[in-house]
Design a binder for this molecule. Structure first.
Ligand SMILES: Nc1ncnc2c1ncn2[C@@H]1O[C@H](COP(=O)(O)OP(=O)(O)OP(=O)(O)O)[C@@H](O)[C@H]1O
Ligand SMILES: [Mg+2]
Length: 288
């Protein structure tokens, strides 16, 4: 489905003329319906990898190697073909949903305008379809949400709207860049579950960028560990967790927050357990 081969990204500073290589010849492949987690510390090149696939790398950047989507090389594809592929086959879900939405338009307009067939649909039908997309991401009061402006909705609600918008184009590949980092933990879990459900339902491939190794392991079939613009290793979550090949992966594993650090006994919780089969009031005698 997606084959990235020897991807090199070089950025040149327009003022000094100095070039810096940001991605150093990375290769990876992604099958249809497969999800790959890109994990690594800040600045390791995760977002830049997605930007190269989307063709939105910074100005002054040069990308070499190849990025083939179902056999079409996105780096050599021409304007119209590339525009069509990006519009139809790729969808980005970014960290901050506000960045994907127009602040001066109700979200209903965003959804309707994002539909690839919106121009041929009568307005009422387009709106019905937008409401249906919202219901598919767990939003029930669709009329209120369609009428709302982005600032009137919570971050979790907005990210659902963005996911609904992403699904409207029926993409083949979902690129999610820290899609839940800006959300509180409970909403995070809900949004991850929706994303995962949509992906499985539609058989989409996905690249999921995150700092959170445990989250990546839960959501992805394979993980690619990045450091300083280089993919150090790729493996299943079990391989990465149980048999890390590099010291960096080991360090990344031990740096993740844990409720109970490995090896430490789980703290005992206070309280009395009623004796099984005994007097049901045995623990309440003090109150008698
Ligand atoms: N617009 C830009 N121009 C030049 N270099 C950039 C630009 N944006 C980022 N970089 C550099 O590219 C490298 C990779 O950045 P990238 O944003 O891909 O990291 P990341 O892994 O996504 O980090 P984070 O987890 O913080 O989002 C960094 O060294 C960064 O300084
Ligand atoms: Mg990033």
């Amino acid at each position: 489905m997606l084959h990235v081969d020897s991807l090199v990204l070089t950025v040149t500073d327009p003022d000094t003329g100095q070039s810096t290589e940001i991605l150093h010849g990375n290769s990876f492949a992604l099958g249809a319906g497969e999800s790959l987690g890109l994990v690594g510390e800040s600045g390791s090149g995760k977002s830049m990898t997605l930007k190269c696939i989307l063709g939105i790398e910074p100005s002054g950047a040069r990308v070499t190697g190849s990025i083939a989507l179902d056999g079409t090389d996105l780096l050599s594809a021409g304007g119209e073909e590339l525009r069509r592929i990006r519009a139809n086959d790729l969808a980005l879900i970014a960290q901050n949903p506000h960045g994907s939405l127009n602040p001066v338009l109700p979200v209903g307009r965003f959804l309707v305008e994002g539909m690839s067939d919106a121009r041929s649909l009568p307005a009422a039908e387009a709106r019905t379809r937008a409401a249906e997309l919202l219901r598919q991401v767990g939003i029930t009061d669709t009329e209120r949400v369609l009428r709302s402006y982005p600032h009137q909705l919570s971050g979790g609600m907005l990210q659902r709207v963005v996911i609904a918008g992403a699904m409207s184009g029926e993409p083949k590949l979902l690129l999610a860049d820290e899609p839940t980092t800006a959300l509180d933990v409970t909403t995070q879990a809900e949004v991850v579950a929706i994303l995962d459900e949509k992906r499985r339902e539609h058989g989409l491939s996905m690249i999921y960028v995150t700092h959170d190794l445990d989250l990546a392991a839960a959501v992805c079939d394979r993980l690619a560990v990045m450091k300083d613009g280089e993919i150090l290793e790729i493996g299943t979550p079990e391989e990465i967790r149980d048999r890390p090949k590099t010291d960096y992966t080991r360090a990344l594993m031990s740096a993740r927050p844990q409720l109970y650090p490995e090896g430490s006994p789980e703290p005992a919780l206070g309280g009395n357990t009623p004796a099984l089969g005994g007097d049901a009031h045995a623990n309440t005698e003090d109150r008698a």
